[in-house]
Ligand binder design. Sequence first.
Ligand code: FA5
Length: 335
Amino acid sequence: MAQLDDLRKQISLVESDLDEGLLGLTDQQTLETFRIEFLGRKGRIARLFKVLGELDADARAEAGRLLNALKDHANTAFDKCRDKLQIVTLEGRITKEKVDLTLPGVYRSLGHLHLLTQVQQEIESIFLRMGFDVATGPEIESEYYNFEALNIPEDHPAREEWDSFYIDGSHLLRPHTSPVQIRVMEQTDPPVRIICPGRCYRRDTQDATHSPVFHQVELLWVEEGLSLANLKYVIELFVREFFGEGYKMRLSGDFFPFTEPSVQVHMRSRGSSDWLELGGAGMVDPAVLTNVGYDPEKVTGFAFGFGVERMAMLRYGIDDIRTFLINDLRFIEQF
Ligand code: FA5
């Protein structure tokens, strides 16, 4: 009996150590170490079971019952403690990761389209409203589309007007958007009504109004019965839409191998006496129409090619074309 009393004391000691110990636990990892100390194969409870073999038969049944009760108690207590700690951990995470919607946000500045892109899109929308389509062509162009089909044969002095960057013997970076006229007419039967905005390249010396890389917008309208008066009307309509009333336009005679007659278009703001050349224009030369398989007896057409930078310079009072390319935010952010 003394042995049984002794075992009872040890059981209650283990039980109170266990209950008190569990109260002080704060995380899953120490809980596991603690569980092994009590319920492991060589833990405190397993060691108490060893006493059973030393007891006489009467006491053994009672001791077995007491030890099993201790083991059940320990298992239940550990399970409860594990559940409790899981909730504590979760609540901790919820508090830590809570989003405070009242805090001011982080300001991220948004970029915007470059002035040239804005101008190009505006030009497109004006002509789309007037019933034109937007066409594109390659920036690396063959001599055929860039010169020959435009009535500028090899060795023709006019080729020097478009001092070009050559890629190889017969391909170059296009110095104007006029080759797109040929590409479109080759693919389409008249009537044709297109504009083609795009980048051009020339071996021009840089100055306030010239850049080796610049943009043009080409226009082409081919149909029966078109005349120079129609060309003038379209240019005037566009200029009024794009520039408003505060500008003056001047047409003067010019020469392009692919138009006949040809004109030059100059603009100035009413407050200034300086004319700026916007581009060239004219009635499509019959030789060009023939080159694309059109019958110049049946259809006539007109075309123009305007500098996009020049248009932006006039409208926004920009006095140096190089400002478009230097990526100075103080300039870009103004538009
Ligand atoms: C031409 O390029 C003709 N293809 C225009 C044309 C089309 C005439 C259809 C008739 C019919 P020109 O070389 O003049 O023409 O150039 C037209 C415009 O492009 C110039 O007036 C100018 O506004 C712009 N431009 C030409 N070279 C440069 C340059 N280096 N930098 C900026 N703009 C330029």
